[in-house]
Design a protein around this ligand. Structure first.
Ligand code: ADP
Length: 457
C-alpha cells in the first residue's frame, strides 16, 4: 500500500489549493495592471494628438504652427504630416520606423528592432495629419518587473504555506502519533495494563484516547477473567482426574474383586464429576459466546418454570423437599429456552441441595409474576441460608460455600451460570438470604414487546 501520511496529505492539499488560488489572484492582478497602464497610455497619446491637431494649419501653402504646441511631453512625441503623407514638422524618436503608413484614428502598436511603439494618427486643419508616438519600453519594463516581483512573492508564499501547513498538521497530529506509538507498544509487548496519554484539552483526540483506554480496560479485564477461569477450570479438573488415575492403579494392583469394585465406584464418582464439570463449562462458554442464539425466540417463563418444577419434583420429594409453585402463565420474554431452563434448574437444584435438615418442612417455592414491563421470577427456600459476607461472592465462578456447611460436592458454577444467563437476557438478579433461615433469589427480565402492550391494556 502506498504510504501517504495524513500529515503529508494535509500539507500537500492545503499548499496546492492555496498556491493555485494565489496564482489565479496574481494573474488577475497583473492583467488588470497591464490593462490600466495601457488605458492611461492611450489616453495620454490621444490627448496629446488632439491638442496638437488644434495648433497646426496651412496658410498660403505654408505650415503655420502655434506657439502652444508641445512636440514632446509625458513621453509622447508629436509629428506633423502634410496631407500627402510627407513629414512636415517634429523629430521622430530614434528607432521609430518612419515607413509606418498613415492610418487615421486607429490606435496601433508598431514593432521595430528598437522596441514597441504605441501610435495614433489624427486629422488636423487643412488636411494636415498629427501623429502621436510613445515608446512602450517603459510600460513593458514596469510590467516585467511587476511580474517578476509577483512571481517571487508567490514562490515565497508557496514555501511559507508549505512550511506553515506542515507545522500545523504536525502539531495537530502529534497526539495521534503518540497514540499510534503507544498502541503499537501495547500490541507488541502484550501489556494491556498500559494506557494512552490523555491530554487536558477536551477535543476529538483526547476523546479517542479515552475510548481506547476504556477498550484496553475491558480487554484487560476479560483477558484476566479468562486466564483465571482457565486456571480454575484446569485446577478443578486435576483433582478428579488424579483420583481416577490413582484408583485405576490401586484397582489393578488389588487381587480381590470387592476392593476392585470399591475402587471402580470411586472412579465412577470422579468420572461423573469430570463429566458434570465439562458439561457445565461447555454450557457456560456457550452463554459467554456472544454470537450464539441471536435472534432469540419467544419463551413463556411461566410455562418453562412449570416444566422445571415438574421435572425436579420427584428428586426433591426424595430428599424431603416440597416444591411449591405460584405461576402466572403467558409471561413472555425474548430469550434462549435452553439457557433459561438451565438457569432455573440450577436455582431449584441449589434450593434442594442447600436444604436445612433441621427444618420440619423444607421447601422450595417458585413464583412467576408479570409486572408492568417486567417478568419477575422468585425462587425461595427455607434452607441453610447464605452468610452475609458470602452473598456477593456466590456469583463468582468456582465459588463454593464452606464444605462443612454445604456438603462440598458442588462445582461452584451454578450461580455464575444463572448470573451470566440473566445478564445476557438484559435482566437483573439478586439474592436476599438470612443465614439459618433461607434464601430468596429474585430474577427480573424485560417482557417481550407485544406482551408488554397487552399488560398495559
Ligand atoms: P455449587 O452449588 O455448585 O457450589 P453455585 O454457584 O450454585 O455452586 O453456588 C455457590 C455457593 O452459593 C454454594 O456453594 C452455596 O454455598 C451457596 N448457595 C447457592 N444457593 C444456595 C441456597 N439456595 N441456599 C444456601 N446457599 C446457597
Amino acid at each position: 500500500m502506498k504510504r501517504l501520511t495524513i500529515k503529508k496529505r494535509l500539507t500537500v492539499g492545503v499548499t496546492v489549493v492555496s498556491v493555485v488560488l494565489t496564482a489565479i489572484a496574481v494573474i488577475v492582478i497583473l492583467l488588470s495592471a497591464r490593462a490600466l497602464l495601457h488605458r492611461e497610455l492611450w489616453a495620454a497619446i490621444e490627448n496629446h494628438a488632439r491638442d496638437a491637431s488644434d495648433e497646426v494649419e496651412i496658410d498660403h501653402g505654408l505650415l503655420e504652427i502655434d506657439d502652444d504646441i508641445v512636440f514632446y511631453g509625458d513621453g509622447v512625441t508629436i509629428l506633423v504630416y502634410w496631407p500627402d503623407g510627407l513629414l512636415a514638422a517634429g523629430n521622430p524618436p530614434i528607432g521609430f520606423p518612419m515607413d509606418t503608413a498613415i492610418d487615421m484614428g486607429t490606435q496601433r502598436i508598431v514593432d521595430s528592432p528598437a522596441g514597441q511603439w504605441a501610435t495614433q494618427d489624427v486629422p488636423a486643419e487643412d488636411g494636415l495629419i498629427v501623429r502621436a508616438i510613445m515608446s512602450l519600453s517603459e510600460v513593458n519594463n514596469t510590467l516585467h518587473s511587476l511580474t517578476i516581483t509577483a512571481v517571487i512573492a508567490w514562490v515565497l508564499y508557496a514555501c511559507a504555506m508549505w512550511l506553515g501547513s506542515y507545522r500545523i498538521a504536525f502539531a495537530a497530529l502529534r497526539p495521534v502519533d503518540e497514540i499510534n506509538k503507544m498502541a503499537e507498544e501495547i500490541r507488541t509487548g502484550n501489556d494491556l495494563s498500559r494506557r494512552l496519554p490523555v491530554s487536558d484539552v477536551d477535543d476529538e483526540i483526547s476523546g479517542l484516547s479515552r475510548n481506547f483506554n476504556a477498550m484496553f480496560e475491558r480487554l484487560e479485564a476479560s483477558f484476566l477473567k479468562e486466564r483465571q477461569f482457565a486456571s480454575d477450570a484446569s485446577h478443578e479438573l486435576r483433582t478428579p482426574v488424579a483420583t481416577i488415575l490413582a484408583q485405576c492403579e490401586y484397582a489393578l494392583a488389588q487381587p480381590s474383586v470387592s476392593e476392585k469394585d470399591e475402587a471402580l465406584s470411586s472412579i465412577q464418582k470422579s468420572a461423573e464429576r469430570v463429566s458434570r464439570l465439562t458439561s457445565h463449562l461447555l454450557a457456560l462458554s456457550r452463554v459467554d459466546r456472544e454470537d450464539v442464539a441471536q435472534p432469540y425466540e419467544r419463551v413463556d417463563l411461566g410455562e418453562l418454570s412449570m416444566i422445571v418444577a415438574d421435572e425436579m419434583r420427584d428428586a426433591a420429594r426424595h430428599v424431603g423437599v416440597a416444591i411449591h409453585t405460584e405461576i402466572e402463565r403467558e409471561a413472555w420474554v425474548d430469550g434462549d429456552q435452553t439457557m433459561l431452563f438451565q438457569a432455573l434448574s440450577n436455582l431449584i437444584e441449589n434450593a434442594i441441595r442447600y436444604r436445612d435438615p433441621e427444618k420440619e418442612t423444607p421447601y422450595a417455592r417458585l413464583s412467576v409474576t408479570k409486572k408492568a414491563d417486567r417478568v419477575k421470577l422468585l425462587v425461595e427456600d427455607n434452607g441453610i441460608g447464605i452468610p452475609a459476607d458470602q452473598q456477593d461472592k456466590i456469583w463468582d465462578r468456582f465459588f463454593r460455600g464452606d464444605k462443612a456447611r454445604t456438603g462440598g460436592d458442588g462445582l461452584g458454577l451454578g450461580l455464575s451460570m444463572v448470573h451470566a444467563v440473566v445478564k445476557r437476557h438484559g435482566g437483573e438478579v439478586s439474592v436476599k438470604s438470612t443465614h439459618g433461615e433461607g434464601s430468596t433469589f429474585e430474577l427480573s427480565f424485560p417482557m417481550a414487546p407485544e406482551q408488554e402492550n397487552e399488560a398495559h391494556n
